[in-house]
Write a protein that binds this ligand. Sequence first.
Ligand code: PLP
Length: 410
Amino acid sequence: MQVARITVPPTAGLPLRLGDLLPWGDANFDDALAAWLQVPEVQLECSGTSALMVALRTLHKLAPARREVIMPAYTCPLVAMAISQCGLQARLCDLSPDALDMDESMLRGLCSEHTLAIVPTHLGGRVADVRVALHFARLVGAYVIEDAAQALGARVNGQSVGMQGDVGLFSLAVGKGLTTYEGGVLVAREAGMRSSLRAMHGRTVGFSFGWELLRSAELLGYAAVYRPATLDWAYGASLRRSLAEDDWIAAAGDDFDAFIPRHTLGTWRRRVAVRALKRLSPHLQEAQTRAQGRMMRLAQIPGIEVVRDPAPEAQGTWPVILLRMPDRASRDVLMRAHWASNLGLSLPFVNIVSDYVRYAPLLGSGVLDSVMVARDWAQRLVAVSNSEWLTDAQFDRLCAHIAETVARAP
Ligand SMILES: *Cc1c(COP(=O)(O)O)cnc(C)c1O
C-alpha cells in the first residue's frame, strides 16, 4: 500500500472559518435555513437519524395500523437502525439497473395496506425520482419520506428536495455539506404535517447539557482540524489503520454506534450554522462547476459510468462524483491500490444494508427481500471527492489510475 498524507476529505463539505465560531450572534438558524431553502418552516433535530425517527413516530401515530417502511437496499444503515428503533419493520427495495432509484416493479409489489412510508433517497446529492414513490404510496394510503440527508441544496423544478413527499429530512453531520458536527432538519409541504412533527418533537426531544457540550467540543475540534494541513492526523491515520486491518466498513465510516441520541440543537451551534450558511450558495455553485468539468473527464474513460441526475428538471448537489466501475473486481483493485493515496477516493457505503453482519438483524424478515441489483451497485460504486482541495494534478493522476485499472481488468 502506498503511504500518502491525506489532505483531501472524502466529500466537499463546507469548511468552517474561525469567525463562524464566535460565541455571540444571530441564533435563528430555523428562519435563516427556511429562507435559504425557500420552504415555509424547518424543524431542527440533533441528527438526520433522530429527525427520521421523529418523522417515523409522527407518521405511525397518524396511521397506527401500518408498520412497514420501504427503504432502498443500498443506503445509509442508520436508516434501518431508525426504523428498527421505532419498533417498525423495514422492507428492502432493490435498485433500478439504470439509476440509484428504487426498482419500480419491486416497489409496487412491496406496497400494501401494511405500508407506513416509502423512503426515496437522494444519495450523494443525486436527485431521486420521488414521483414514482408518491404514486405507489397514494395507491395504498402510505406516506413518503424523502431522505435528502446527502442533498441539502438540491432542487427539482426550482423547489427544494424534501418538498415533493410528505416529509423531507437533511443531515448536518460532518461531511454532508453544512455542518453543526451532528444535526438534522425536517421539512414538510403541508401545515398539518408540520404541526404533527412539531408536536412529536415537543413530546420526545429535550435539551441535554451533556450532549450539547460534547457536540460543541466536537464542532470546535472539527473546525480546527478540517483543513489540508491537519486532515491526515484527523482522518488519514485512522483510514490507513482500518485498511491495514482490511476493515472496509470502518474505512468507509459505516461503523455506526447503535445508540441514537435524541436532544435539541443548542444555541451556539445554531449561531455557527447561521454564519456558515451565508457561504453555502457560492460553495455549492463552485462545487457544481468543478464537478461538471471533472465528470466530462471521467466520462471519457472507457468502461466507466458517471452517475447523473436522470430527470432534466433535477438540479442535484455535488459533494462527490459517483462512478460505476465495470465490475466488482476492478472496483476492488482500484480501492485496494488507491483508497489511501490521497486522490479523494472512497465508498459511499460498503454493502447493501442486509449484507452487514451488524445491521442485518435489525431487518427481521426484511433481510429476505431479494435485492440483487442493489448489491451489484454496492459492489461497483466508488465516490470521488469533489472537495476544492483535490487539485487538478491529483485529479489527473486519479483518472490515469482508473483508466489503467479498467484496462488491466481480465
Ligand atoms: C447520513 C445519512 C443519514 C443519517 O444522518 P445523520 O445526520 O448522520 O444521522 C440518513 N440517510 C442517509 C442517506 C445518510 O447518508
